[in-house]
Design a binder for this molecule. Structure first.
Ligand code: ZN
Length: 174
């Protein structure tokens, strides 16, 4: 749990900054940051984490969907390191779904997101990837990309009626 304390919490100005692109993926500081994000996301039962959440304002995040105590129905995937991402296209359709955030503990919200997105990003070896993501993984991607632009999920709620405490959210999903 000690690592959780190192996650920037809502109100910390770092979460409201526009993060800067990663210029040298091979820099030891960036490789260390990637390792730290990987271990933090798994120890915190997250499905994603962005560099600004550990107070490093870079355009870099991890998407790591897997079932865990915070997201029992999350699909299982190999964690992806996403560097300098861009959304290049998206579905018309938006869907509302539950989100939480390691930087906003105790709060859940029903957030509208594009169902499908087309993206470009660099992977950890510097290769350019073009890929399509759908549903929950697309949701994580959009949530984490928002962190790189100083946006958090509660900013995206259509109404505060879509905001629940963790306790009430857990009751719904019993
Ligand atoms: Zn978040």
């Amino acid at each position: 749990m000690a690592k959780l304390l190192e996650i920037a919490q809502l109100g910390n100005p770092i979460l409201r900054q526009v993060a800067r692109p990663v210029e040298n993926i091979n820099a030891p500081s960036i490789q260390k940051l990637i390792d730290f994000l990987m271990s933090t996301v798994s120890s915190a039962n997250g499905v994603g984490i962005a560099a600004p959440q550990v107070s490093q304002s870079y355009r870099l995040f991890i998407v790591a969907s897997r079932p865990n105590s915070r997201y029992p129905n999350a699909p299982l995937m190999k964690p992806l390191v996403i560097i300098n991402p861009k959304i290049t296209g998206h579905s018309e359709e938006m869907v509302k779904g539950w989100e939480g955030c390691l930087s906003i503990p105790g709060i859940r919200g029903l957030v509208p997101r594009y169902r499908t997105i087309e993206v470009e990003y660099l992977s950890v070896d510097g290769t350019l990837h073009r890929q399509e993501f759908t549903d929950f993984v697309a949701r994580i991607f959009q949530h984490e990309l928002d962190h790189l632009n100083g946006i958090v999920f509660v900013d995206r709620l259509e109404t505060t009626l879509d905001m629940f405490t963790e306790q009430e959210y857990q009751k719904l999903n019993k």
